[in-house]
Design a protein around this ligand. Structure first.
Ligand code: F0G
Length: 459
């Protein structure tokens, strides 16, 4: 869909500064994995060859961004860098109240700190894991309402990130008073990085207005979502990604943003909204935990880099390369018979481990087993989105997640097509010996965000 006249994906940048990759041998990797208790978060990064753990905070900054760092004003209050940042975010989103935060989950903690609480329900197309955690820690219920086709990993579908509008209306009709806001995660990270259509954003917005419930976007990957709209929603084909993004924001009342994704920075984020009363409450909480509201846990230079990144990310050549290179990875895996969530997402390809490793039951964490196998094979680091992340324990009984996925998240502007070719080649080898991959069991785990700290062992 996003193919160009050429097969080679030309990265729309040249490289000025490089970092060495961490080469290891198979024996070393076996030992490293054992010492990390089969938890990929515990592996030192210099023992990783290609790091597809996350696209978050891992982007390469541009020369313009590095230059912008020097312009950072480090005044405690009212820094010039804040006003530069505020103008950038206002021009992009149209929201009046802009609060910088150090990363997305800080915005979540602040927002649910005053809108959440016992008895409240927060519907979303799908909550990301930290969003869900922040909703639940506040005492509220995080309710996922994706469209049913989001669960069918084999059907193409242009906008499988959409929210189920019928289900949303039902919830608002019956529980409207306990719903402080509705969230649309663009793109839908937890269910395949699939985009949300403008049609769906508008319809969700209409329903929210009808029941007088504010709509917030979780905008971490807003630019990728905007580009998908340009590619797949005909009436937007001639619009710029920026104009599309502005329209997306215009249908909502505010947003949460982890700028570590489409902000093209290694740290940063913001909370933005129109309601001055909510903004007042948010600032009160922000001062306690993040810092004064004109810096929100960031240095002035971070605000400058973020302003620059938020503009660069909407460059059409960049987005074309970005979406096509992830799609290329997906195609390569499929050529080796690796089942993926179709179509590939904007920032990542998701392998369906339930299918790929059909011999491993969910309680033996097939996706985590595949994560470990991929590291063992060639030092590639990925992440599990399955029962380790979302499985629950109820009175000693294990309730598996609905999906067992392995996510290959592609950092922005970091790897070239040949790195991606290598990942595809490794998968080709793994596909041939998949029956040999063994399941895992949990040895030690904490109840919240288990996957970050759990210790596992092979069975
Ligand atoms: N919302 C979405 C959709 C996300 O993907 C993330 C983070 C957050 C919120 C939280 O932002 O990390 O800046 O606090 N996703 C990362 C990932 C961690 O790997 O997908 P954060």
């Amino acid at each position: 869909m996003s193919k160009s006249a050429w097969n080679t994906i030309i990265e729309p940048f040249k490289i000025k500064s490089v970092e060495p990759l961490g080469f290891t041998d198979p024996k070393e990797r076996e030992e490293i994995l054992r010492q990390a208790h089969y938890n990929i978060f515990k592996i030192p990064a210099d023992k990783v060859l290609i790091d597809l753990l996350t696209d978050s905070g891992t982007a390469a900054m541009s020369a313009e961004q590095w230059g912008a760092l020097m312009r950072g004003d480090e005044s405690y209050a009212g820094a010039r860098s804040f006003f530069v940042f505020e103008k950038t975010v206002r021009d992009l989103t149209g929201y009046r109240e802009i609060l910088p935060v150090h990363q997305g989950r800080a915005a979540e903690r602040i927002l649910f700190g005053f809108v959440g609480g016992k008895g409240k329900v927060i519907p979303a197309n799908t909550h990301f894991d930290t969003t869900r955690a922040n909703v639940e820690v506040s005492g509220a219920e995080a309710l996922d309402l994706p469209v049913p086709e989001a669960w069918n990993f084999h059907t193409g579908g242009s906008f499988k990130g959409d929210m189920d509008c019928e289900a949303l209306e039902k919830v608002l009709k019956s529980k409207g008073k306990s719903v402080p806001l509705v969230i649309l995660t663009i793109t839908n990270n937890s269910l395949g990085g699939q985009p949300v259509s403008m049609k769906n954003i508008k319809e969700v917005s209409r329903i929210c207005k009808k029941y007088r419930v504010p709509l917030f976007l979780d905008a971490a990957r807003f630019a990728e979502n905007a580009y998908f709209i340009k590619l797949r929603e005909q009436c937007y084909a001639s619009k710029t990604p920026r104009a599309i993004a502005q329209e997306m924001f215009s249908h909502a009342d505010g947003c949460l943003m982890s700028a570590k994704k489409d902000g093209l920075v290694n740290m940063g984020g913001f909370l933005a909204m129109n309601d001055p009363h909510w903004a007042q409450k948010a600032r009160e909480i922000e001062i306690i935990g993040e810092g004064f509201p004109t810096y929100g846990g960031l240095a002035g230079r971070d605000l400058e880099a973020m302003s620059q990144g938020l503009q660069e990310v909407l460059d059409e050549e960049y987005l074309k390369y970005r979406i096509r290179s992830v799609e290329y990875l997906g195609e390569g895996l499929q050529e080796h018979g690796v089942p993926i969530v179709e179509p590939p997402g904007g920032h990542a390809v998701y392998v369906n481990a339930k299918e790929f490793l059909g011999h491993i039951p969910p309680e033996r964490f097939p996706a985590q087993a595949l994560v470990c196998a991929l590291y063992l094979e060639a030092g590639i680091r990925t992440v599990e989105i399955g029962s380790l992340m979302f499985g629950k324990r109820n009175n000693g009984k294990f309730i598996p997640a609905k999906m067992e996925l392995l996510r290959l998240a592609v950092p922005r502007r970091v790897y070239t097509q040949s790195h991606i070719d290598f990942v595809i080649e490794v998968f080709g080898r793994l596909a041939k010996k998949r029956e040999k991959i063994q399941g895992l069991k949990i040895v030690e785990a904490s109840p919240i965000l288990t996957h970050f700290t759990a210790k596992l062992a092979p069975v």
